[in-house]
Design a protein around this ligand. Structure first.
Ligand SMILES: Nc1ncnc2c1ncn2[C@@H]1O[C@H](COP(=O)(O)OP(=O)(O)O)[C@@H](O)[C@H]1O
Ligand code: SF4
Ligand SMILES: [Mg+2]
Length: 383
């Protein structure tokens, strides 16, 4: 049964903090809980990620395990999530997106770096304050077929988090609360006693969303929530998520491997490559004025339905595989596949910043891009 307990809350609360957290006194803890529970104002940074690192040790030997290296899944990432916005995070499979999600959910312990939720560093919290953070940051998982326990009814799946947070729904009210949640996500409240296999993929993802909403969180991390669904169903689920965002004042971190999926829902987009952020900006900046070669390559591969927009469009085909995160290239990680790479790219790590040439200019190209030679290129963005 344990393998199906993927509800972020259930797993997170069962995951004890083992490292990096000192005992705090009661007054400090009470102050941290108060800060976490105070609703963030619209447009304020609700989550601030600073130089976040997660290295998974690579070991050799059976009895005496020796560390022989590390998978640098996330290697120094910084970004903000503002209250009420949707930040899309995009990148190829294996670039570290799910690891970022797990770090924000405190399901993984960070190797280094900080994650501030309303000013409190969640990598250092424990006890009541950590529990309050975990209630406020929930997750919707990618695969609605494997993330719901087939032996539990929908009512139990959605309601199980109330066991850990009885303050949200006391015992006598849980059934009605679950039925309300089913109604909110567009499912018949009478389905409460059904099992996951009695639902379609889209309906199951609605159940996953209801579970994510159950504790009235402020942030929902959506890890490829529509990637496993048919294209026709994807739009319905995304529309539902947009509606819920307004209704419940939510902030979304929306992870996808495809730039076309996140455009519709995102206010800003961050593009990840091999454990680092390559470029981040508003959707107009990223889709219409990308300056990082990786973003430009990803955009050039997105199908464009309008034939006139297709004309004269350059398709950038990346050669070579994504290098291993256990042994990333020196300098710029993208250099082994970049058509613009020069000697400097192997020597100096490009920082994520507004490029010098665009600084102070009133142009959409003036946004953060981690490239020594950032410049605009005419690639037609996703629709
Ligand atoms: N628990 C783990 N132990 C070792 N390596 C891991 C673990 N989880 C993820 N990785 C590795 O970290 C890298 C990033 O993985 P992940 O965050 O799942 O990427 P994405 O979600 O972008 O596909 C991959 O190379 C993956 O194999
Ligand atoms: S820093 Fe160099 S290798 Fe990296 S993206 Fe820019 S031009 Fe390409
Ligand atoms: Mg993933």
């Amino acid at each position: 049964m344990a393998e199906f307990k993927k509800s972020g809350e259930a797993v997170a609360d069962a995951t004890p903090r083992t490292t990096g957290v000192d005992k705090v006194d009661a007054a400090t803890e009470t102050a941290a809980v108060a800060a976490v529970e105070k609703p963030a104002g619209r447009g304020e940074p609700i989550l601030q990620v600073r130089n976040l690192v997660k290295h998974f040790p690579l070991t050799q030997g059976i009895l005496f395990k020796k560390q022989v290296g590390a998978v640098k899944a996330v290697d120094g990432i910084s970004f903000d999530l503002y209250q009420g916005e949707t930040l899309g995070i995009v990148g190829e499979s294996g670039c570290g997106k799910s690891t970022v999600a797990k770090l924000l959910m405190t399901l993984e312990t960070a190797t280094a770096g900080e994650v501030f939720f309303k000013g409190q560093d969640i990598t250092k919290l424990s006890g009541r304050a950590l529990k309050a953070v975990r209630r406020n940051i929930q997750m919707v998982f990618q695969d609605p077929y494997t993330s719901l326990n087939p032996r539990m009814t929908v009512g139990d799946i959605i309601g199980e988090t109330f066991e850990i947070h009885p303050e949200v729904a006391p015992k006598g009210e849980r059934r009605r609360k679950v039925q309300d949640l089913l109604d909110v996500v567009g499912l018949n409240p009478e389905y409460i006693n059904r099992y996951p296999h009695q639902f379609s993929g889209g309906q199951r993802q609605r159940i996953g969303i209801a579970r994510g909403l159950a504790l009235n969180p402020e942030i929902i991390i959506c890890d490829e929530p529509v990637s496993a669904l048919d294209v026709s169903v994807q739009a319905q689920v995304i529309n539902l998520m947009e509606k819920l965002q307004d209704e419940f004042n939510l902030s979304y971190l929306f992870i996808a491997h495809d730039l076309s999926i996140v455009r519709h829902i995102s206010d800003r987009v961050g593009v990840m490559y091999l454990g680092k952020m390559a470029e981040i900006g508003t959707d107009e900046q990223i889709y219409d004025h990308p300056t990082h070669p990786y973003t430009q390559a990803l955009l050039s591969a997105v199908p464009v339905p309008d034939p006139s927009a297709r004309e004269g469009r350059e398709r950038i085909i990346l050669t070579g595989d994504v290098p291993s995160p256990a042994n990333p290239p020196s300098g710029c990680r993208f250099r082994t596949r970049c058509w613009k790479a020069e000697a400097k790219c192997a020597e100096e790590v490009p920082l994520l910043a507004v490029p010098e040439r665009f600084k102070g200019q009133d142009t959409p190209a003036a946004h953060e891009s981690a490239c020594h030679f950032a410049e605009e290129k005419d690639v037609v963005g996703a629709v």
